[in-house]
Design a protein around this ligand. Structure first.
Ligand SMILES: Cc1ncc(C[n+]2csc(CCOP(=O)(O)OP(=O)(O)O)c2C)c(N)n1
Length: 441
């Protein structure tokens, strides 16, 4: 039986640890300025968001005020803990699934008034979602024709891309997985720049060294795609911590699929984010299972959002800063995948047609008198033409020189890479007909 004396002893021993635990080495201001609209032509409407990562601290304060009598509580380094003589296991589940936040119904009718989405912003969001769809169709076909080696679509996840991008400021740094090109598009990456990367020509910022869809842009604060699942989560937390140390009015946001939550990196990232109170949004494109409670487990405020509802995503990213979104990837995983092998065709068709996020959003802007069939066909045919042109230009442009394969990692190219380069050149000279003619040797 714990005596009052023992509790007092524990208290005096643990007290100093407790103080250290609460000491903040860096400025812990948690107010971030958000300009939800990243384009200058739309009037900015600043939103101030208070980030509360350390929910455990809050819970502790509430508890401490509730338990002033030492007989009922043990004072541990993390705060007071109530005492009970009843053996009670915490249940493995809450008993019910976390609700999903939604603003637009499947029929495109508002369930609840959205915040601050003007006609101008709504039309722009729709135009970018439609552009993304055309881009996916054309690049997918280019891959099927053998003109590019690989492609990966965002079909069914257009709203996640565009609505979250619209809610962020250009200073917020993006750490993508690979299914978020819409954010780059929103920030001004041109169709030509997309085509240059997919064709790996000399205008590609990655110098043709990566597979198609591994886009990146320093200028647009979009870190190059890391398709090694979940590695980007740790990078996002580190970068967010650095933004915090520099007192920047910006955050980082990292996107990942539900598959990424099974990695060790996911847990390490959430843990560091919570402990360091880093200004980072974890955006889980959850096209399957229940993930949102995992954020809560690390003391991170979390929300489940309908990933096919552009307005809900816009509101949630604007307001919350960290979330887990529930959506359904309507396309195949990539051009290397045929998802009919592991999910029923009817299920895919249902999500593609009944739950399509772009169609749902279109119904809403149509209903407001902000869009019509003529604008629809003009937009799609104009984007199609621009893309065909971009592809032709990208295809004709020569490839980066062979020498570029060996640069940009070391300041001075080490002997083993020099050796590899020499061997490669010898092989190309010996077997010229097997190598593309448009790569300068
Ligand atoms: C560390 C690592 N392991 C395995 C893979 C192979 N891989 C590529 S995509 C993928 C599935 C990822 O699923 P999810 O994160 O849910 O994203 P989704 O493609 O469904 O959007 C896997 C396992 C990888 N890229 N990286």
């Amino acid at each position: 039986m714990a005596s009052r004396a023992l509790i007092h002893k524990l208290k005096s021993k643990l007290g100093s640890i407790s103080v250290l635990d609460h000491h903040n080495f860096f400025n812990s201001t948690k107010i971030f300025h958000f300009n939800p609209i990243s384009t200058p032509q739309i009037l900015p409407n600043p939103v101030f968001i208070s980030s509360k990562y350390f929910e455990s601290t809050k819970a502790q304060k509430q508890f401490d005020s509730a338990y002033s009598d030492d007989d009922q509580a043990l004072d541990f380094p993390g705060g007071k803990v109530g005492i009970t003589s009843q053996m009670k296991f915490i249940s493995e589940t809450n008993g019910s699934r976390v609700e999903c936040y939604r603003v637009l119904g499947d029929d495109g009718q508002l369930l609840k008034e959205p915040i601050q989405v003007t006609e101008q912003l709504a039309v722009k969001m729709y135009e970018y979602m439609a552009t993304l769809q055309v881009m996916d169709t054309i690049f997918y076909e280019a891959q099927r024709q053998g003109r590019i080696s690989f492609y990966l679509t965002t079909i069914g996840e257009e709203a996640i891309n565009i609505a979250s991008a619209a809610a962020l400021s250009i200073d917020d740094v993006i750490f993508p997985q690979y299914r978020e090109p819409g954010i780059l598009l929103w920030r001004g990456f041109t169709l030509q720049e997309f085509a240059n990367q997919c064709f790996g020509n000399k205008a590609d910022y990655g110098k043709g060294r990566q597979m198609p869809i591994h886009y990146g842009s320093n200028k647009l604060n979009y870190i190059t795609v890391a398709s090694t699942v979940a590695t980007q989560l740790l990078h996002a937390v580190g970068a967010a911590y650095s933004l915090k140390m520099d007192n920047k009015n910006a955050c980082t946001i990292t996107y990942f699929g539900d598959g990424g939550t099974s990695t060790g990196d996911f847990h390490a990232a959430l843990n560091f984010a919570a402990v360091l109170e880093a200004p980072v949004i974890f955006f889980c494109r959850n096209n399957g299972d229940g993930i949102v409670v995992r954020g809560q487990a690390y003391g991170i405020q979390s929300i489940r959002v309908d990933g096919n509802d552009a307005l809900a995503i816009y509101n949630a990213v604007s307001e919350a800063r960290r979330m887990a979104a529930l959506t359904y990837r309507a396309g195949h995983h990539s051009t290397s995948d045929d998802s009919t092998k592991y999910r029923p065709v009817e299920e895919m068709e249902f999500w593609k047609h009944t739950r399509d996020p772009v169609l749902r959003f279109r119904k809403w802007i149509d209903g407001n008198g902000w869009w019509n069939d003529q604008r629809e066909s003009e937009l799609r045919s104009s984007v199609r033409k621009q893309l065909m042109n971009a592809i032709q230009v990208a295809e004709k442009l020569e490839k980066p020189p062979v020498a570029d394969l060996f640069t940009d990692v070391y300041d001075v190219v080490p002997p083993n890479l020099q050796e590899q380069e020499r061997l490669l050149r010898e092989t190309i000279t010996k077997h010229q007909k097997d190598y593309p003619t448009n790569v300068p040797v």
